[in-house]
Design a protein around this ligand. Structure first.
Ligand code: PLP
Length: 413
């Protein structure tokens, strides 16, 4: 018996979904309201619950499982590295970190990388980078730096990040908040430009908003943002934690307008669905503001995470997963529109990053996600009225067809 098997076989430990949920209800903080499914294993796009029922995963852990569950090559890299070396801290060097840095900077077309673990940590790191750049390079007076963000944003859950959050629930009871942020409407380059002052050091933006409801900005928005940032000497900080690494049908969502941000934030899929690996990338000038001791992370740049990220990046390029997301995603959106479901207000997205916005009369996205779950397909609402479809990028056409049938049944009963 393996270690995992013997742990799950322990006396009194739960076996059914209902028993598992009871333990979670009793012993876990109540900060999530998951769909009632207890997953025990996964392979590719499919997962299986503790009762052995199979589901198609159309959420991919918010795009962290872009390579599918337990991708054999990523598992192999993970196991090999886990046996060899997992953590040194950055008090010492490790032999995965240098290659990781070279490969990720080449992939992203940036000079330098600062590795962290979670997306929120990388966002915090990007904000710190922009502030320090503002003081050291732009010449902003001490403690006066401002960063502009967008309505409808999602950048994580730390206190600083929720200080400019869209959702009152994310903030309620967590104040006082971090000052120095301004919020402007998303997709409105003029509003952004109007909000800039001599103290503005950065503009933090998702090139496609994910948690905000899969919101694609108007054509030309990112180009305008790039132009304004350059003219006004403000750092363009792109949060591609969810939209990056192939999800939208290009390597980065910024590539749809051929713009390069000054600061690029990655996470989620970078860890191959196995390790929390996030990163901030920037030019020599911008990343050059850090000196030893300014910032750090015990696990950031750990050899296990680096090994997994390296193989994940290799698979992404070798298997042309960005192209795949475009080829599979655009026709799926067309088919969803052609359903002409009376419940659906709009189908939108890029690549395999798809939002189905419902009319109020549909009774909420949550209810439909439950129905889809009963049909064998897992997805989740983002904002109240949007169903997000974001399957692993390795998904096969036949599985998407299978999903489409279920969606059609639920949206056109
Ligand atoms: C998920 C997400 C984050 C936060 O990532 P965590 O790993 O959950 O901290 C930040 N930005 C965007 C755009 C995200 O989608």
């Amino acid at each position: 018996m393996s270690a995992v098997e013997s742990m799950t076989a322990e006396k009194n430990s739960p076996t059914t979904s209902v028993e598992h949920s009871a333990w979670v209800d009793q012993f876990s903080a109540n900060n999530y309201a998951p769909l009632p499914v207890v997953i025990a294993r996964g392979e590719g796009c499919w997962v299986e619950d503790v009762e052995g029922k199979k589901y198609l995963d159309m959420l991919s852990a918010y795009s962290a499982v872009n390579f599918g569950h337990s991708h054999p090559e990523i598992v192999e890299a993970f196991v090999e590295q886990a046996k060899r070396l997992t953590l040194t801290s950055r008090a010492f060097q490790n032999d995965q970190f240098g290659p990781f840095c070279k490969e990720i900077t080449e992939l992203c077309g940036q000079d330098r990388v600062l590795p962290m673990n979670t997306g929120a940590e990388a966002v915090e790191t990007a904000l710190k980078t922009a502030r320090k750049w503002g003081y050291q390079v732009k010449g902003v007076a001490p403690d006066e730096a401002e960063i502009i963000c967008c309505e409808g944003n999602f950048h994580g859950r730390t206190i600083t990040v929720i200080s400019f959050s869209r959702d009152p629930q994310f903030k309620d009871g967590f104040g006082p908040f971090t000052p120095g942020f301004k919020v402007v409407p998303y997709g409105d380059a003029k509003a952004f430009e109007a909000a800039i002052t001599p103290n503005t050091v950065g503009f933090l933006v998702e090139p496609v908003q994910g948690e905000g409801g899969i919101v694609v900005p108007p054509n030309g928005y990112l180009t305008e943002v790039r132009r304004i940032c350059t003219e006004q000497n403000v750092l363009f900080i792109a949060d591609e934690v969810q939209s990056g690494l192939g999800r939208t049908g290009k390597l980065f969502a910024c590539d749809h307008e051929n713009v390069k941000p000054d600061v690029l934030i990655l996470g989620k899929a970078l860890g191959g669905g196995m390790m929390p690996v996030s990163a901030v990338l920037a030019s020599n000038e911008v990343m050059g503001v850090f000196k030893p001791g300014d910032h750090g992370s015990t696990f950031g740049g750990n050899p296990l995470g680096c090994a997994v990220a390296r193989v994940a990046m290799r698979i992404l390029i070798r298997d042309k997963l960005s192209e795949r997301a475009a080829e599979l995603g655009e026709p799926l959106m067309d088919r969803l529109r052609e359903l002409n479901s009376p419940m659906v207000k709009e189908v939108r997205g890029r690549g395999l990053f798809i939002g189905i916005e419902l009319h109020d009369s549909a009774g909420g996205a949550k209810k439909l996600c439950k129905q889809l779950k009963d049909e064998g397909m897992l997805c989740k609402e983002t904002v109240e009225n949007v169903i997000r479809l974001a399957p692993p990028l390795i998904i096969e056409q036949k599985d998407l067809d299978w999903a489409f049938e279920r969606i059609a049944r639920v949206l056109c009963p």
